[in-house]
Ligand binder design. Structure first.
Ligand code: SF4
Length: 79
């Protein structure tokens, strides 16, 4: 969203971060979703570049942890 507008500017989250407490939940959940469905997405040539981008993420284990926290926080209403 930050590339298309400045709506993220006053937000408490940082859209450029994938991990950590100030990481944008949408960024974290985007990469988590992509990782969980990478086998399916890899079959679609329009998504292959995004799936390939997963290989560049050195912080994938931390991202998965943060994604779990975000999903739990959403269920509890704390995010
Ligand atoms: S939650 Fe993420 S996408 Fe939404 S305004 Fe904040 S930084 Fe931007």
């Amino acid at each position: 969203m930050s590339r298309m507008s400045n709506y993220c500017k006053p937000c408490v989250y940082n859209p450029k971060l994938r991990t950590g407490e100030t990481a944008c939940p949408f960024t974290t959940l985007y990469w988590d979703f992509l990782d969980r469905h990478k086998e399916s997405f890899a079959k679609n040539h329009r998504m292959s570049q995004q799936v390939f981008g997963l290989n560049r993420l050195s912080d994938l284990p931390q991202l998965k942890e943060r994604a779990q926290e975000v999903l739990e926080g959403l269920q509890q209403g704390s995010i």
